[in-house]
Design a protein around this ligand. Structure first.
Ligand SMILES: [Zn+2]
Length: 71
């Protein structure tokens, strides 16, 4: 049974690793002019996405898929 599941698990892990690598391609730039209270605005120069974070540092994920842009 485990021999059947192993390739499936490996495939899922490989997919997640690939997706994480795609997310890491984002280059977030802080946009102080767009700050809203405690939220800091970040602009991705790689895909043009915009995101707000309340934590320190840029967003962890890319918002590329939310804009309904090019697929
Ligand atoms: Zn991006």
């Amino acid at each position: 049974m485990i021999l059947i599941l192993a390739p499936i698990i490996f495939g899922v892990v490989a997919y997640l690793a690939w997706r994480n690598r795609a997310v890491r391609g984002c280059r977030w730039r802080e946009d102080r002019t767009g700050d809203r209270g405690a939220l800091r605005k970040y602009h991705c120069v790689a895909c043009g996405a915009e995101a707000f974070t309340a934590t320190k540092g840029p967003p962890q994920s890319c918002k590329k898929g939310l804009g309904g842009g090019s697929l």
